[in-house]
Ligand binder design. Structure first.
Ligand code: NAD
Length: 476
């Protein structure tokens, strides 16, 4: 049913030592598949394949690369249902979330097929010497891509598509919880015309060792990582050895600010999206709710009613809104955040109890009166828990919102656009949702400030992460 081997140089192979690991279905804790666990030897073979394939790939015209990416978009779009099903099986997210992810993932192939042909450069005259200044963008080299489990398809295509558009070849190491979706994408890329070796997939239980050996290979020039800030920091250390180009999409702790002049229906709808898309397992998930005290009761009542209306269950079943979290650790962490907040004085308006039975379920939960020193205010909850606080004035709420080492995304709800823009400019976050609970868009630069990351994915910027600027000083 699934592809479960390593994908290197266009071939499926077992790990060099034969090792495998299990992937489980978080809805019922059964084993879905046993997947080859790449070794350091396999990692070297994957870089060999990528380095050999890159010459031919980089030499193709931008149009030729663009058409292959466009074909990948079309093939994936025709198979969204299959991808969504696989995403639900290994990640747990409900069908609507999985369909949303599959469509979002496919869009990166379309967007970067369009960007691939918009190469930029410069021809100018040096003011003093009169020499010609020629500037061009060149593919940076083999890229190592490391992705998390929360978006098994989209976090991969958001890196693969711009890398291929730029003329780079890649080795991708998907998360061990969810390697099946990325493996399933490989036959599709073959069909689209991606030559062997241009994209290699290396699932592995030994993430640290296999990634480290690749980052020390002189043929690798880019490391693009999405995951936790702690692991990102480690990879930045390894990348320093060879001075690799780093792209880091790391953790978030998104604040959502609801002002007294907000349209409460719009704010509730936006908050539901910002909190519950992907059942809270998103770096963009609203983590800290700051609601103006004049509208707090109205907002909390309507928001709680919406949360109470969500149906929890096996995400593969129709009508289910909230699937299980990805594994026991994630669920236990969410439960611990709630217990800690309650011990410090928070009140449970909804949910808050781990259900009996199989599967890593946690119900939609609303906490009010959450104190600033609660652990869930300091750290990513990564689950369906809304931690609500109130505020009195603009300056105070901006200070509290910025009081974190993270800076990925913030949400602001107000009818007054002057206030919306004024507040947005004072928030130290790479992305702002202004009267919107969703910012992710392949056409926009996604990324964070402070310890949420380095670089941007998507937009025009996404492809530049895989390119180097070359300047030629010329006379003729
Ligand atoms: P994680 O950091 O534990 O793992 C991410 C990837 O790194 C996985 O493939 C994992 O196997 C690998 N990895 C783990 N240790 C490694 C090591 N020592 N060396 C090399 N690779 C290693 O993150 P996760 O739990 O899979 O994902 C959740 C985190 O990802 C959250 O913090 C979330 O905010 C973040 N995230 C960020 C974005 C973004 O765009 N900013 C998007 C999605 C998720």
């Amino acid at each position: 049913m699934f592809q479960t081997d390593l994908y290197i140089n266009g071939e499926w192979r077992a790990a060099s030592d034969g090792a495998r690991f299990d992937v489980q279905n978080p809805a019922d804790e059964t084993v879905l598949a046993s997947v080859a666990s790449g070794t350091v030897e396999d990692a070297k073979a994957a870089v060999d394949a990528a380095a050999a394939a890159m010459k031919g790939w980089a030499a193709k015209t931008p149009r030729a690369r663009a058409e292959i990416l466009r074909k990948a978009f079309e093939l994936m779009t025709a198979r969204l249902e299959d991808f969504a099903q696989l995403i639900t099986l290994e990640n747990g997210k409900a069908r609507a979330d999985a369909m949303g992810e599959a469509a979002y993932a496919a869009e990166f192939f379309r967007w970067f097929s369009e960007e691939a042909v918009r190469g930029e450069g410069l021809l100018a005259r040096a003011p003093a010497s009169g020499a010609r200044i020629l500037v061009q963008q060149r593919p940076a080299g083999v890229a190592v891509l490391v992705t998390p489990w929360n978006y098994p398809a989209a976090m991969g295509t958001r890196k693969i598509a711009p890398a291929l558009a730029a003329g780079c070849s890649v080795v991708i190491k998907p998360a061990s919880e969810t390697p099946l979706t990325m493996l399933a994408l490989m036959p599709l890329l073959e069909e689209a015309g991606v030559p062997p070796g241009v994209v290699n997939v290396l699932p592995s239980r030994a993430s640290g060792a296999v990634v480290d050996v690749m980052l020390r290979d002189p043929r690798v020039r880019v490391v693009s990582f999405t995951g936790s800030t702690a692991v990102g920091r480690k990879l930045l250390h390894s990348a320093a050895e060879q001075v690799l180009k780093p792209a880091m999409e790391l953790g978030g702790n998104a604040p959502i600010l609801v002002f007294e002049d907000a349209d409460i229906d719009v704010a509730v709808e936006g908050a539901m999206l910002a909190k519950m898309r992907n059942l809270g397992e998103a770096c963009t998930a609203a983590n800290r709710f700051y609601v103006h005290e004049d509208v707090a009761e109205a907002f909390i009542d309507r928001f709680t009613a919406c949360m109470a209306g969500l149906k929890m269950g096996n995400g593969i079943e129709a009508g289910v809104d909230v699937g299980p979290l990805v594994n026991a650790d994630t669920r236990n962490k969410v439960a611990a955040f709630v217990a800690d907040a309650v011990a410090k004085g928070a009140k449970v308006r909804l949910g808050g109890k781990v259900p009996e039975g199989k599967g890593f379920f946690y119900p939609p939960t609303v906490l009010t009166d959450v104190p600033d020193n609660a652990a869930c205010v300091q750290d990513e909850i990564f689950g369906p828990v809304a931690a609500i606080q109130t505020f009195r004035d603009e300056t105070e709420v901006i200070r509290r919102a910025n009081d974190t080492e993270y800076g990925l995304v913030a949400y602001v709800f107000t009818r007054d656009m002057a206030r919306g823009l004024r507040v947005s400019e004072q928030l130290e976050f790479g992305m702002i949702g202004l009267n919107r609970g969703l910012v992710s868009d392949p056409a926009a630069p996604f990324g964070g400030m402070k310890q949420s990351g380095l670089g941007r994915e998507g937009g025009h910027e996404g492809m530049l992460e895989f390119m180097e600027t070359q300047y030629i000083s010329a006379s003729w």
